[in-house]
Write a protein that binds this ligand. Sequence first.
Ligand code: MLT
Length: 418
Amino acid sequence: LILDGKSYQYPTIEGSEGEKAIDIAKLRDETGYITIDSGYKNTGATKSAITFLDGEEGILRYRGYAIEDLAEKANFLGVAYLLIYGELPNKEQYDKFDNAIRRHTLVNEDMRRIFDGFPVNAHPMGVMSAMISAMSGFYPDSYDDKAPDHTETHIIRLLAKFPTLATWCFKKSNGHPINYPKNSLDYCSNFLHMMFSLPVEEYTVDPVVSAALNKLLILHADHEQNCSTSTVRLVGSSKANLYSSISAGISALWGPLHGGANQEVIEMLEDIKADGGDVMKFVNKAKDKNSGFRLMGFGHRVYKNFDPRAKIIKKAADDILGKLGVNDPVLEIAKGLEEAALHDDYFVSRKLYPNVDFYSGIIYRALGIPTNMFTVMFALGRLPGWIAQWKEMRANKEPIGRPRQIYTGATLRPFVEL
Ligand code: MLT
């Protein structure tokens, strides 16, 4: 095989009908080339101008802006606009976007009947996936090819109604009545109001809490071609409507290897705490292949260095818990685990650094958000990224996705009647 003028000798693997194929995984590992064909568990074939990520250097940029700057200086809606429309909004553009979202925060009361049918212990991610998919039924022009294109309104509706629906899930789980949105409030404050206000006591939005929420949502807003995002693009490539495509993304994100990891992390930290908090015991357990124990929130498919989001979140966790006067012992356990792992050859040689999920749950918990809502918070943050990727895929007129398959089954077998 000749690549960029260099020649490589690679073993082949047997395909169907005795055909030989190059061992792509080995080629990728040794040359650093990513595979061109997404059929090989890689989405290197997707062209996108939205998010730049360099896993070697630990760099993450949205539309060319460093994540560190955006997390510090922007707000979530501004970043959503940037991802979806390609530019940071000026004041007029921002106000128009913000006002449009405020006008669409109410959810059709008929959707309540669907929602009310879910049992009280249904996981909010399953409920969210279903409710977002159900939205297409309420806005049929979203899937009618002959209707005028209202994609922009569907985008606004999704951004506006997602927080309202998410808070319904929270209210169902604790048996409290739902709150209607209060459109005089900004995006994050309105979400916090719907989460925490009670008919007997109005929640006063703490600026520390809403700033923390803004930061967390920005950090989760996009991450190029990960499992849920490529799902959204793939589903959308069949011309499935925006609501159904985003619903598929929510389902993909739910898995514990993806967004669901933030829930797994906090449960792991709680287990370590309940066991007495001996961090080294669990570091050693993680190294023992037979223990079946994995350090959740460590390592990332693309980062061979620190996940830049994890650095920002770790600092934010210290700041926010300090400002709110919350003393959560699992923060100390998390820091202890990180410290121990970073000085241990086993983790260093495997480049297992904490990722975005490692500290996010600790902050959510300090903000009063329960564990089963952590992944919903991730989805709320990721929503603009999914929308931007879906929109880009459509604008580029990408053909329907169809991952290539490498057939590994039997060759033609003679049929013998029994
Ligand atoms: C994400 O933010 O989507 C996760 O880090 C997973 C990924 O990028 O593969």
